[in-house]
Design a binder for this molecule. Structure first.
Ligand code: BTN
Length: 262
């Protein structure tokens, strides 16, 4: 497929959100949109600014891993939030992941699930990843940056990509990145509002899509595989993962402590 630059006019024509993405910082090439979003001066960005690039040369993922993406084939962008509340940030990341899954279903007819805490999966394969980073001014959260890498039109993935897939791989069709981003931002804006209100609907929607929800799974707790299986109860209001063991004791883990082994 011919790679073309992100078309800002087309994006703006599709955009229906109230505030998210109205301020757009586009650079043809950046090392990392998250790094850029963190480095822009306070006066030059606002709540809802989106930083996007076609070619991310030093994309960062979870656990210091690289995020690799072919130029102009995928979406690599970061959103800047200045939230009024500073708790349940993991739930906000999951609300953004949920928005990706909802957009994939409505626009591309691709059924995606959420793998705790930061991956969007189609079957066994990862279609998107999120990296949330915080900036503090003293003890106050001044900026929250949620970076998203969504594989859209890339067909070939090298061994460094692990089990990656894309919209095109799943559907056999190319997709306009501008429209997908515009629809995704509206979804995120709506789920952001639910997150602010701590809506039960948001928790239900996240848990319905959570890989392993209601199942007995092995967990990797602080890097160690648990011997007994635990039942995955789901994500709670505070964004913490709740599980029960065979003796019905409830355990709660935050996103840094636990991974699900399926
Ligand atoms: C992961 O699955 O490990 C998270 C990947 C996050 C990648 C995105 S691409 C846009 C933004 N900028 C980065 O450097 N990383 C995130």
């Amino acid at each position: 497929m011919q790679s073309t630059h992100f078309d800002i006019t087309s994006f703006q024509n599709h955009l229906r959100s109230q505030w998210l993405g109205h301020e757009l910082v586009y650079e043809p090439e950046l090392s990392s949109t998250n790094t850029c979003a963190k480095s822009i001066n306070k006066g030059e960005v606002c709540h809802g600014t989106v930083v996007i690039t076609d070619n991310q040369s030093g994309g960062r993922g979870q656990y210091e891993r690289a995020w690799l993406s072919n130029p102009a084939e995928n979406l690599t962008f970061s959103m800047i939030f200045e939230p009024s509340k500073h708790d349940a940030l993991t739930l906000l990341t999951m609300a953004c992941a949920l928005s990706i899954a909802q957009m994939l279903e409505s626009e591309c007819e691709i059924m995606a699930k959420l793998k705790w805490p930061n991956d969007v999966m189609v079957g066994e394969n990862k279609i998107a990843g999120l990296l949330t980073e915080t900036q503090f001014n003293g003890r106050n959260l001044s900026r929250l940056v949620v970076g998203i890498g969504l594989n859209v039109n890339q067909l070939q993935f090298g061994p460094d990509h692990g089990n990656a897939t894309s919209c095109k791989k799943e559907s056999g069709k190319s997709w306009p990145r501008e429209k997908l981003l515009a629809v995704l931002l509206s979804r995120i804006e709506y789920n952001y509002m639910l997150w602010q209100k701590l809506s039960g609907d948001l928790l239900c929607s996240v848990n319905q899509r959570l890989v392993g929800h209601g199942e007995w799974v092995h967990l990797i707790i602080n890097g160690e595989l648990s011997e007994e299986r635990m039942k995955l109860v789901g994500v709670g209001e505070d964004g913490v993962l709740q599980v029960i063991d065979k003796a019905m004791n409830v355990h709660r883990y935050d996103h840094e402590q636990v991974r699900i082994k399926l």
